[in-house]
Ligand binder design. Structure first.
Ligand SMILES: O=C(O)c1cc(=O)[nH]c(=O)n1[C@@H]1O[C@H](COP(=O)(O)O)[C@@H](O)[C@H]1O
Length: 229
Protein backbone atom coordinates (compact mmCIF):
# COMPACT_ATOMS: atom_id res chain seq x y z
CA UNK A 1 0.00 0.00 0.00
CA UNK A 2 1.37 3.44 -0.92
CA UNK A 3 2.24 5.73 1.97
CA UNK A 4 -0.28 8.47 2.78
CA UNK A 5 0.88 11.70 1.14
CA UNK A 6 1.21 14.46 3.74
CA UNK A 7 0.27 17.93 2.44
CA UNK A 8 2.93 20.35 3.71
CA UNK A 9 0.62 23.36 3.67
CA UNK A 10 2.96 25.63 5.62
CA UNK A 11 4.11 29.20 4.88
CA UNK A 12 7.86 28.67 5.36
CA UNK A 13 10.76 26.24 5.52
CA UNK A 14 11.09 26.88 9.25
CA UNK A 15 7.66 25.39 9.86
CA UNK A 16 8.43 22.46 7.57
CA UNK A 17 11.57 21.71 9.59
CA UNK A 18 9.64 21.95 12.84
CA UNK A 19 7.01 19.54 11.47
CA UNK A 20 9.48 17.04 10.02
CA UNK A 21 11.32 16.86 13.36
CA UNK A 22 8.40 14.71 14.59
CA UNK A 23 9.28 11.94 12.10
CA UNK A 24 12.21 9.58 11.67
CA UNK A 25 11.15 7.65 8.55
CA UNK A 26 11.01 8.40 4.81
CA UNK A 27 7.71 10.11 3.98
CA UNK A 28 5.71 11.01 0.88
CA UNK A 29 5.29 14.80 1.08
CA UNK A 30 3.21 17.20 -0.98
CA UNK A 31 4.55 20.69 -1.66
CA UNK A 32 1.75 22.96 -2.79
CA UNK A 33 1.35 26.58 -3.79
CA UNK A 34 1.49 28.06 -0.28
CA UNK A 35 4.97 26.70 0.38
CA UNK A 36 6.37 26.74 -3.16
CA UNK A 37 5.48 30.39 -3.78
CA UNK A 38 7.45 31.37 -0.67
CA UNK A 39 10.40 28.98 -0.75
CA UNK A 40 10.69 27.92 -4.40
CA UNK A 41 12.64 25.04 -5.93
CA UNK A 42 15.35 25.04 -3.23
CA UNK A 43 12.81 23.79 -0.72
CA UNK A 44 11.90 20.91 -3.04
CA UNK A 45 15.58 20.01 -3.47
CA UNK A 46 16.02 20.15 0.31
CA UNK A 47 13.12 17.75 0.96
CA UNK A 48 14.40 15.37 -1.72
CA UNK A 49 17.88 15.49 -0.15
CA UNK A 50 16.34 14.22 3.10
CA UNK A 51 15.22 11.09 1.24
CA UNK A 52 11.49 11.84 1.06
CA UNK A 53 9.27 11.40 -2.01
CA UNK A 54 7.70 14.59 -3.34
CA UNK A 55 4.37 15.37 -5.01
CA UNK A 56 4.76 18.91 -6.38
CA UNK A 57 1.19 20.18 -6.47
CA UNK A 58 1.16 23.35 -8.59
CA UNK A 59 -1.99 22.51 -10.59
CA UNK A 60 -0.80 24.02 -13.87
CA UNK A 61 -3.58 25.41 -16.11
CA UNK A 62 -2.48 27.60 -19.04
CA UNK A 63 -1.99 27.46 -22.80
CA UNK A 64 -0.26 24.26 -23.99
CA UNK A 65 3.04 25.96 -24.92
CA UNK A 66 3.41 27.61 -21.50
CA UNK A 67 2.55 24.42 -19.63
CA UNK A 68 5.00 22.36 -21.72
CA UNK A 69 7.85 24.81 -21.00
CA UNK A 70 6.99 25.02 -17.31
CA UNK A 71 6.96 21.22 -17.06
CA UNK A 72 10.36 21.04 -18.78
CA UNK A 73 11.69 23.20 -15.93
CA UNK A 74 9.93 21.22 -13.20
CA UNK A 75 11.26 17.96 -14.67
CA UNK A 76 14.76 19.03 -13.58
CA UNK A 77 13.69 18.96 -9.94
CA UNK A 78 13.36 15.17 -10.04
CA UNK A 79 10.08 15.09 -8.11
CA UNK A 80 7.95 11.97 -8.09
CA UNK A 81 4.58 13.43 -9.05
CA UNK A 82 3.22 16.69 -10.54
CA UNK A 83 -0.24 17.80 -11.61
CA UNK A 84 -2.25 19.97 -13.99
CA UNK A 85 -5.94 20.91 -14.11
CA UNK A 86 -7.81 18.61 -16.52
CA UNK A 87 -10.03 21.63 -17.33
CA UNK A 88 -7.03 22.94 -19.30
CA UNK A 89 -8.02 20.38 -21.94
CA UNK A 90 -6.63 17.48 -23.93
CA UNK A 91 -4.02 19.49 -25.84
CA UNK A 92 -2.71 21.11 -22.66
CA UNK A 93 -2.39 17.73 -20.92
CA UNK A 94 -0.52 16.26 -23.91
CA UNK A 95 1.81 19.28 -23.84
CA UNK A 96 2.43 18.80 -20.10
CA UNK A 97 3.39 15.20 -20.78
CA UNK A 98 5.78 16.23 -23.56
CA UNK A 99 7.46 18.63 -21.12
CA UNK A 100 8.19 15.70 -18.80
CA UNK A 101 9.40 13.38 -21.57
CA UNK A 102 13.01 13.24 -20.34
CA UNK A 103 12.09 12.56 -16.71
CA UNK A 104 10.62 9.81 -14.52
CA UNK A 105 8.14 12.24 -12.94
CA UNK A 106 4.55 10.98 -13.05
CA UNK A 107 1.80 13.32 -14.19
CA UNK A 108 -1.79 13.44 -12.95
CA UNK A 109 -4.73 15.76 -13.60
CA UNK A 110 -7.09 17.36 -11.09
CA UNK A 111 -10.67 16.54 -12.11
CA UNK A 112 -13.12 18.42 -9.90
CA UNK A 113 -11.59 19.82 -6.70
CA UNK A 114 -12.71 18.02 -3.56
CA UNK A 115 -13.89 21.40 -2.22
CA UNK A 116 -16.51 21.49 -5.01
CA UNK A 117 -20.03 20.10 -4.51
CA UNK A 118 -22.31 19.09 -7.36
CA UNK A 119 -24.47 22.19 -6.73
CA UNK A 120 -21.42 24.48 -6.93
CA UNK A 121 -20.25 22.80 -10.11
CA UNK A 122 -23.67 23.45 -11.69
CA UNK A 123 -23.91 27.08 -10.55
CA UNK A 124 -20.25 28.15 -10.90
CA UNK A 125 -19.06 26.15 -13.90
CA UNK A 126 -22.38 25.60 -15.73
CA UNK A 127 -21.48 21.95 -16.31
CA UNK A 128 -24.91 20.33 -16.79
CA UNK A 129 -24.03 16.73 -15.83
CA UNK A 130 -23.59 14.93 -12.51
CA UNK A 131 -20.40 15.56 -10.57
CA UNK A 132 -19.34 11.96 -11.09
CA UNK A 133 -20.06 12.36 -14.82
CA UNK A 134 -17.79 15.39 -14.99
CA UNK A 135 -15.00 13.68 -13.01
CA UNK A 136 -15.22 10.59 -15.24
CA UNK A 137 -15.11 12.73 -18.36
CA UNK A 138 -11.93 14.45 -17.14
CA UNK A 139 -10.41 11.10 -16.12
CA UNK A 140 -11.03 9.68 -19.59
CA UNK A 141 -9.52 12.80 -21.16
CA UNK A 142 -6.43 12.49 -18.92
CA UNK A 143 -6.11 8.83 -19.91
CA UNK A 144 -6.41 9.75 -23.59
CA UNK A 145 -3.64 12.34 -23.13
CA UNK A 146 -1.37 9.62 -21.74
CA UNK A 147 -1.32 10.81 -18.13
CA UNK A 148 -0.63 8.45 -15.22
CA UNK A 149 -3.83 9.19 -13.35
CA UNK A 150 -6.01 11.80 -11.71
CA UNK A 151 -6.75 13.63 -8.49
CA UNK A 152 -10.35 12.94 -7.50
CA UNK A 153 -12.37 12.33 -4.36
CA UNK A 154 -12.75 8.88 -2.83
CA UNK A 155 -16.38 8.95 -3.97
CA UNK A 156 -15.37 8.67 -7.65
CA UNK A 157 -12.27 6.48 -7.29
CA UNK A 158 -14.00 3.15 -7.92
CA UNK A 159 -15.75 4.29 -11.11
CA UNK A 160 -12.47 5.71 -12.45
CA UNK A 161 -10.65 2.44 -11.76
CA UNK A 162 -13.36 0.57 -13.70
CA UNK A 163 -13.28 3.02 -16.61
CA UNK A 164 -9.55 3.76 -16.89
CA UNK A 165 -7.95 0.61 -15.47
CA UNK A 166 -6.56 -0.30 -12.06
CA UNK A 167 -3.07 0.95 -13.02
CA UNK A 168 -4.45 4.47 -13.53
CA UNK A 169 -3.66 6.46 -10.35
CA UNK A 170 -6.54 7.72 -8.18
CA UNK A 171 -4.94 10.22 -5.82
CA UNK A 172 -7.58 11.26 -3.31
CA UNK A 173 -7.49 14.31 -1.01
CA UNK A 174 -10.44 15.26 1.21
CA UNK A 175 -9.44 12.55 3.68
CA UNK A 176 -10.88 12.97 7.15
CA UNK A 177 -10.72 10.51 10.03
CA UNK A 178 -14.24 10.15 11.49
CA UNK A 179 -13.59 12.65 14.33
CA UNK A 180 -11.99 15.47 12.27
CA UNK A 181 -13.91 18.43 10.77
CA UNK A 182 -14.37 18.65 6.97
CA UNK A 183 -13.29 22.35 6.94
CA UNK A 184 -13.61 23.67 3.37
CA UNK A 185 -13.73 20.18 1.82
CA UNK A 186 -17.08 18.94 0.41
CA UNK A 187 -16.38 15.43 -0.88
CA UNK A 188 -14.71 13.80 2.11
CA UNK A 189 -14.07 10.21 3.21
CA UNK A 190 -12.15 8.29 5.84
CA UNK A 191 -8.87 6.45 5.11
CA UNK A 192 -10.78 3.16 5.37
CA UNK A 193 -13.36 4.27 2.78
CA UNK A 194 -10.49 5.34 0.52
CA UNK A 195 -9.02 1.88 0.66
CA UNK A 196 -12.38 0.21 0.05
CA UNK A 197 -13.14 2.48 -2.91
CA UNK A 198 -9.83 1.78 -4.63
CA UNK A 199 -7.86 4.99 -4.09
CA UNK A 200 -4.24 4.33 -5.00
CA UNK A 201 -2.99 7.23 -2.84
CA UNK A 202 -4.52 9.38 -0.11
CA UNK A 203 -3.51 13.00 0.51
CA UNK A 204 -3.84 14.22 4.10
CA UNK A 205 -3.09 17.73 5.30
CA UNK A 206 -4.70 19.32 8.33
CA UNK A 207 -5.65 16.05 10.05
CA UNK A 208 -1.89 15.57 10.50
CA UNK A 209 -0.31 19.03 10.24
CA UNK A 210 -2.71 20.64 12.73
CA UNK A 211 -2.64 17.69 15.11
CA UNK A 212 -1.00 18.14 18.50
CA UNK A 213 0.72 14.81 17.88
CA UNK A 214 1.48 14.72 14.15
CA UNK A 215 3.45 11.45 14.17
CA UNK A 216 0.71 9.66 16.10
CA UNK A 217 -2.04 11.03 13.81
CA UNK A 218 0.02 9.93 10.80
CA UNK A 219 0.41 6.41 12.20
CA UNK A 220 -3.34 6.08 12.91
CA UNK A 221 -4.20 7.22 9.39
CA UNK A 222 -1.56 4.96 7.86
CA UNK A 223 -2.90 1.95 9.77
CA UNK A 224 -6.53 2.67 8.89
CA UNK A 225 -5.52 3.14 5.23
CA UNK A 226 -3.45 -0.01 4.95
CA UNK A 227 -5.11 -2.46 7.34
CA UNK A 228 -8.83 -1.72 7.33
CA UNK A 229 -10.91 -4.61 6.05
O1 LIG B 1 -4.28 18.50 -5.95
C1 LIG B 1 -4.47 18.40 -4.73
O2 LIG B 1 -3.59 17.96 -4.01
C2 LIG B 1 -5.81 18.68 -4.20
C3 LIG B 1 -6.86 18.53 -5.08
C4 LIG B 1 -8.19 18.55 -4.62
O3 LIG B 1 -9.14 18.35 -5.37
N1 LIG B 1 -8.40 18.80 -3.31
C5 LIG B 1 -7.39 19.02 -2.41
O4 LIG B 1 -7.67 19.22 -1.22
N2 LIG B 1 -6.08 19.01 -2.87
C6 LIG B 1 -4.98 19.33 -1.92
O5 LIG B 1 -4.96 18.35 -0.87
C7 LIG B 1 -4.68 18.94 0.39
C8 LIG B 1 -5.81 18.63 1.33
O6 LIG B 1 -5.56 19.19 2.59
P1 LIG B 1 -6.48 18.90 3.85
O7 LIG B 1 -7.89 19.26 3.48
O8 LIG B 1 -5.92 19.80 4.91
O9 LIG B 1 -6.32 17.43 4.17
C9 LIG B 1 -4.47 20.43 0.14
O10 LIG B 1 -3.08 20.66 0.08
C10 LIG B 1 -5.11 20.69 -1.21
O11 LIG B 1 -4.41 21.69 -1.94
Amino acid sequence: MNKPIIALDFPSKTEVERFLAHFDEPLYLKVGMELYFQEGPDLVRYIKSLGHSVFLDLKLHDIPNTVESAMRGLAKLGVDLVNVHAAGGLEMMKAAKRGLAESDTKLIAVTQLTSTSEEQMHSDQLIPVSLEGSVLHYANLAKQAGLDGVVCSVLEAKAIGAACGEEFLRVTPGIRPADVSADDQKRVATPEQARQNGSTHIVVGRAITKSEKPAQSYQYIKEEWSDAE
